[in-house]
Design a protein around this ligand. Structure first.
Ligand code: NAI
Length: 315
């Protein structure tokens, strides 16, 4: 049977990663960009990553790197790019006007069954899709960077998105090995960034107030909370840390409220605290492209190892 085809619009960091995830799932992938040189770089980068991963035994999917690479083609003509696609994943820069323009163009050339999905990190579906003829087929599928190693995808519908679009997107994400979650309605920051910003915000206040150093603050997460959060969420943590959630609330509600009531206002993320955090982090990881890239590579290796461990622990 001919593999199903997806189209990726934008071949930057996220577009490349989606292309690899879909190719690993056996899909034919058409990668579209306005800049030919961007596509050339993207293909080279994908080839390099796939070969390296194959060598170290962490390439995803049942196909070899060459077989997966053969599934990916590039294109600078939008109409030709979307021809035959069952799913279109937009990955252009985070700019509302640009994305609206692209969805407006897509709206004019697609049929009634393809799903139009955006990777946007924070633009609300009602801002992106309102007024489109194919709004029922539109959805946000927000990945986490790098999607190849971190499987979560937040699926966020527009108020007029057809439930079947949400279900099909959810099923597709499962099929390619991602871990989708459904939001019942749109909300600023979706869920992942709301949680992330809550953590960043308290981290910032604690460092700003001199309670703890930036390096130790990060350790609280990487050697403390993060150890369990890779396996169980905050709600299951409550459940397990007492005799169920009700018992946790009976025991700890007052204590939690006492602490929560001492939280400060939303930080400005400017001034002295920026310097303090920047200095500490730059001492540990100098802001030099080579050093940053090496650290990102190490992070991705850690995530790959963690993904393996998670699979083992499930079985
Ligand atoms: P990027 O800047 O790396 O890539 C954007 C790509 O879009 C470039 O290849 C550019 O040539 C192309 N492009 C620009 N205008 C275009 C047009 N009119 N038509 C087609 N292609 C066009 O951006 P990145 O980081 O890949 O982000 C893409 C989307 O993914 C954004 O919406 C971002 O918010 C979202 N996202 C990013 C994450 C990240 O950590 N980088 C994480 C999750 C989502």
């Amino acid at each position: 049977m001919e593999p199903l085809q997806v189209t990726i619009i934008g071949s930057g960091l996220i577009g490349r990663s989606w292309a690899m995830v879909f190719a690993a799932g056996g899909f034919r992938v058409k990668l579209y960009d306005i800049a030919q040189e961007q596509l050339t770089t993207a293909l080279e980068n994908i080839r390099k990553q796939m070969k390296e991963m194959e060598k170290s035994g962490v390439l995803k999917g049942a196909l070899s790197a060459e077989q997966q690479l053969a599934l990916i083609s590039v294109c600078t003509d939008l109409k030709a790019a979307v021809e035959g696609a069952t799913f279109i994943q937009e990955c252009t820069p985070e700019n509302l006007e640009l994305k609206k323009k692209i969805f407006g163009q897509l709206d004019l050339i697609v049929g009634d069954s393809v799903i139009l999905s955006s990777s946007t990190s924070c633009l609300l579906p009602s801002k992106l899709f309102t007024g489109l003829k194919h709004v029922k087929q539109c959805i946000v599928s927000h990945p986490v960077n790098p999607p190849y190693f971190v499987p979560l995808v937040e699926i966020v519908p527009h108020p007029e998105t057809d439930p079947s679009t949400t279900e099909r997107t959810y099923a597709l994400m499962k099929k390619i090995g991602q871990s989708p979650v459904k939001l019942n309605r749109e909300i600023e920051g979706f869920v992942l960034n709301r949680l992330q910003y809550a953590v960043i915000s308290e981290a910032w206040r604690l460092v700003g107030e001199g309670v703890i150093s930036p390096t130790d603050l990060d350790l609280v997460m990487s050697d403390g909370l993060g150890m369990r959060y890779a396996f169980i969420g905050p709600l299951e943590t409550m459940h397990l840390n007492a005799e169920g959630v009700s018992s946790y609330c009976e025991r700890y509600a007052e204590g939690m409220k006492l602490v929560l009531n001492t939280f400060g206002p939303v930080p400005e993320f400017s001034g002295e605290t920026v310097q303090k955090v920047n200095q500490a982090l730059s001492e540990k990881i100098p802001v030099v492209p080579k050093v940053l890239d090496a650290r990102r590579k190490w992070r991705d290796e850690c995530l790959t190892g963690l993904a393996k461990l998670k699979t083992q622990m499930k079985s």
